[in-house]
Design a protein around this ligand. Structure first.
Ligand SMILES: Nc1nc2c(ncn2[C@@H]2O[C@H](COP(=O)(O)OP(=O)(O)OP(=O)(O)O)[C@@H](O)[C@H]2O)c(=O)[nH]1
Ligand SMILES: [Mg+2]
Length: 204
């Protein structure tokens, strides 16, 4: 849940990286952690809880304190869910209080069913938490574009972004940091628009 404090001009938002197992969610956070441009001392520690080799078993957490945006001191809390199907209870826990979502899809052809199932699972979990998917800003990230066996972006758009108002989507190669900040910048911009513009005094 976004915390907005008009008195101290502080905004805190929670962004969750969601998607199928091994799609590249943790890699996104690692790259953000390694490359984020901040003034000294405001890059948080990347905490990976209960990780066995490559697989996230609980979640990753990275706090980022951004510079003042529109006069607001903004804090972003980035989380990843575990993509493996069996960890759904954990995914629901991590989703609690989510403000924005980066859906990291795996572009390999053979992963399309997993992508679609994970996207459906996201919507089911939001519903279970009584959150309205239509009201939560999200973007799509088509990751692993460096691999030879990827589906065309148009096909992924058809599968995952086939709606009246399309979500912004980005191609990425997360381990090379390509598309990682484009995705993060877009979701943060969407959140700032939602929370700061909404709360600015209106002058007739
Ligand atoms: N070729 C390629 N490999 C990638 C890319 N992004 C991530 N990987 C690799 O894919 C594997 C899985 O990445 P993770 O970031 O751990 O995936 P995850 O989505 O966090 O997976 P879970 O925690 O199981 O849900 C790792 O070996 C990464 O280095 C990419 O763009 N291209
Ligand atoms: Mg992970």
């Amino acid at each position: 849940m976004a915390i907005i404090n008009q008195a101290t001009k502080e905004l805190q938002v929670k962004i969750v990286y969601y998607g199928p197992a091994m799609g590249g969610k943790t890699t996104n956070l690692v790259q953000v952690h390694d490359h984020v441009q901040t003034t000294a001392g405001n890059r948080g520690k990347l905490v990976s809880l209960a990780t066995s080799s490559d697989r996230t078993l609980f979640f990753d957490f990275l706090p980022i304190e951004a510079m003042s945006i529109k006069g607001f001191k903004t804090k972003f809390q980035l989380y990843t869910v575990p993509g493996q199907v069996i960890y759904n209870t954990t995914r629901q826990l991590v989703l609690r209080g989510v403000d924005g979502i980066v859906f990291v899809a795996d572009s390999q052809y053979e992963k399309m069913t997993e992508n679609v199932e994970s996207f459906q699972n996201l919507q089911d979990n939001l519903r279970a938490l009584k959150l309205n998917f239509e009201e939560i800003p999200y973007i799509l990230q088509y990751n692993k574009r460096d691999l030879p066996n990827v589906a065309p972006v148009e096909y992924m758009e058809f599968l995952l972004n086939n709606r009246e108002i399309q979500a912004p989507s980005f191609s990425s190669v997360a381990h090379r940091c390509e598309g990682v900040f484009e995705s993060l910048n877009m979701i943060t911009r969407m959140l700032l628009n939602k929370y700061i513009n909404q709360h600015e005094p209106q002058y007739a």
